[in-house]
Design a protein around this ligand. Structure first.
Ligand SMILES: [Mn+2]
Length: 354
């Protein structure tokens, strides 16, 4: 029994006979099987995984009473046959990921069918994690933390930013991750003022070194950021680091079921502003994490809906002084059945290296 298919069927859109799932992430989410060519089709009481010979043997291992795996030589013919056999007239499509061209082709291939947008129904379901999903994200987070520990044991002043990023990624893979959850950020010195800077082929600059990284486990991402000092921190650097940490801890106190993204963001933002860094926290406080690294909900000034049980979001304030340096500290918070849980265990006191 595929729990995510069952959840979708329980909450099925009224205006569709079936949903044609074309997003690779959503296909894996529903079936547990990662593949890159084919369809998943879900109706109120059935589900099909349609793929070709390259994937059939592996896909069959995921078959059960809730999911039939069928191989096609012509996907157009097979999908047409299933729609006809079951009398499906209105097909939901994934407007958040299907291309305009993809939709036009479906309309041309099946002239008797009405295609209706599903309004992100699966993405919305994905925001509320089941216990298995939470376990995968925790596993990914533990791996990322162990990789950071490993890095801090082998980092030298001669390393480049690229080497730091590579060591973090190598560590995560070696510890069992499928790979990094996203391109690892490791930026030092003047480059640390760029929140999403790209690691350079240059030796670590004195100042802050910001590392933003995560692991991918069973299709699920983790996301964390730690900032350390290369050399010694001066008074201003200490003040900036402790302001970011205080903002994060203050936000953590209000991140809970019922709080809106805007309220959480404001707590961190007001603290940073009143410490004299207005305008230096140029991104939002956090985002949902799951099979995608950035998904809903958001902790931002434009997010008025409340946090709900099952959400996993990041708490990542930062201060960036253009051309000088920057600091960000990021944890992941799970809104659990018994209250919020910080899934990130890595220490946050200021570390000075070399
Ligand atoms: Mn993040």
């Amino acid at each position: 029994m595929k729990i995510q298919i069952a959840r979708l069927q329980k909450n099925f859109p009224h205006d569709a006979d079936c949903i044609l799932v074309t997003s690779e992430i959503n296909q894996r989410y529903l079936t547990g099987f990662p593949f890159t060519d084919g369809y998943v089709l879900v109706s109120r009481d059935k589900a099909w995984l349609l793929t070709d010979f390259r994937y059939t043997e592996a896909a069959k291992r995921h078959e059960d009473e809730s999911l039939s795996v069928i191989e096609f030589s012509s996907r157009k013919e097979l999908l047409g046959a299933i729609l006809a056999e079951n009398g499906f007239k209105t097909v939901g499509f994934e407007e958040l990921s299907l291309t305009v061209g993809g939709l036009e082709k479906l309309k041309a291939d099946y002239p008797g069918i009405t295609f209706a947008p599903t309004h992100g129904i699966i993405e919305n379901q994905r925001t509320k994690k089941t216990p298995d999903e939470v376990e995968n994200i925790i596993e990914a987070q533990r791996i990322a933390e162990k990789s950071l520990e490993r890095l801090l044991g082998l980092i030298t002043p001669d390393m480049t930013e690229k080497e730091v990023a590579l060591e973090l990624e190598y560590g995560m893979k070696k510890l069992g991750a499928e790979g990094p959850a996203f391109e690892t950020i490791a930026v030092s010195g003047t480059a640390s003022s760029m929140p999403h800077g790209v690691p350079r082929n240059v030796k670590l600059e004195k100042g802050f070194l910001t590392m933003d990284f995560g692991a991918l486990c069973n299709g699920y991402c983790s996301d964390m950021t730690r900032t350390v000092v290369i050399g010694r921190a001066d008074a201003e650097m200490k003040k900036i680091y402790s302001t970011v940490l205080q903002a994060q801890l203050a936000a953590e106190k209000v991140i809970k079921e019922g709080a809106t993204g805007k309220e959480c963001d404001s707590v961190a933002r007001n603290l940073i502003n009143s410490a004299g860094y207005e305008g230096r926290f140029g991104h939002s406080l956090g985002h949902g994490v799951g099979m995608f690294i950035h998904e809903e909900p958001r902790l931002s000034q434009s997010w008025d809906s409340p946090l709900e049980k099952g959400h996993i979001i990041t708490n990542e304030p930062g201060i960036y002084i253009t051309g000088k340096y920057g600091v960000r500290i990021e944890d992941m918070i799970y809104i659990g059945q018994d209250g919020p849980v910080n899934l990130t265990k890595a220490p946050k006191e200021l570390i000075e290296l070399f």
